[in-house]
Design a protein around this ligand. Sequence first.
Ligand SMILES: NC(=O)c1ccc[n+]([C@@H]2O[C@H](COP(=O)([O-])OP(=O)(O)OC[C@H]3O[C@@H](n4cnc5c(N)ncnc54)[C@H](O)[C@@H]3O)[C@@H](O)[C@H]2O)c1
Length: 346
Amino acid sequence: MAKYRVGIIGCGGISKSHCAGWQAQESVEIVAGMDVSEENLKARCDEVGIPNRYTDEKEMLDKEDLDFVSICTWTGLHAPQTILCAEAGVKGILCEKPMSGDLENSKAMVDACEKSGSKLVIAHQRRSMSDHHELKQLIADGAIGDPVAFEWHTAGGLLNNGSHAVDTMRFLMDNIPVVWVVGKAERKTDRYERGVRIEDFCMIEFCFENGTRGLVTVDLPDEPEPPMKDAVLVGTEGMVRMWHNSIKVLRLNEAGWLELDGKKWNPHVRQAEDLIRWVEGGPEHNGSGRRVLPTMEVLMAGFESMRCKDIVKLPLEPGPSPLDIMVEDGTMPVEVEGKYDIRAKK
Ligand SMILES: NC(=O)c1ccc[n+]([C@@H]2O[C@H](COP(=O)([O-])OP(=O)(O)OC[C@H]3O[C@@H](n4cnc5c(N)ncnc54)[C@H](O)[C@@H]3O)[C@@H](O)[C@H]2O)c1
């Protein structure tokens, strides 16, 4: 019999990967699923073979005595559902990215889990990919000399894909502190992504405490095609190119690109496995809430830089999203009426 009982909150798209990650663990059984959509609940539970089904997360937590919960809902629900799980005594919580919609809620998630003793992991799965682990080690070993600057272009909102960009850079730099952030964003249309307000386009630049810079651009117009997931890291003695799920490293005085193997293990399986190990007393997870929280701080500082029209030195005081503040106080008014969500599903 499995040792641990797992529940899934939110049975939409990404829950498939979470279920696969849990199902690969011998010590685990997914015993319960919860979704407000009975259709999505039935589809995922039937597919995966989850016996107990709920449309209310409190009822599931009350009845199921869960050890682990995956939170696979939209951004705005991550904080309240994480806090509910922590208060219910769930041992390990695997919550989807972005952590929440702002720094205040993200900090509240970490605080609630620290208080209850729950281990919180945010599913920035690049922290669990084999090629990213190898690259982190190569950088630490000086394979490209001193890292000088990352440049990362993506789309779909700063909080959405931009959060992966910032978080990956921070992971590769061994989570060393970011000292300042400067940002520029525009929002003339009433644009949302999975229910959270996003900008039309933006760019942020930030500086790690060792002087390495990170530049992230999101939704800038690119012709003829957007360079999705296109990132480079330049070092004093080499460079790294991250392109469509492949990572290649070029070193001075060595011929050719070294391609890293991203398929040594499945990141979703690794993510769950490392959370179980952490709960059992092993090392803190690479993607722990505590480690990912500064990613939210960098993202929010980008918007805060726009709001205060200045460079923002960290730490940033936890609060609501400066993007929300600017829209709501009229300093960034919607000029093209008509609210829309770039990823909205029924
Ligand atoms: N790590 C990644 O690379 C990655 C990839 C895709 C999505 N995501 C993240 O996963 C999250 C979910 O995205 P998705 O694409 O799976 O969305 P989705 O719309 O496919 O699924 C969300 C599910 O949540 C359900 N839901 C809505 N309100 C609920 C509530 N109150 N309680 C429980 N369930 C509720 C919906 O009915 C739906 O089934 C987002 O935060 C997204 O950013 C991450």
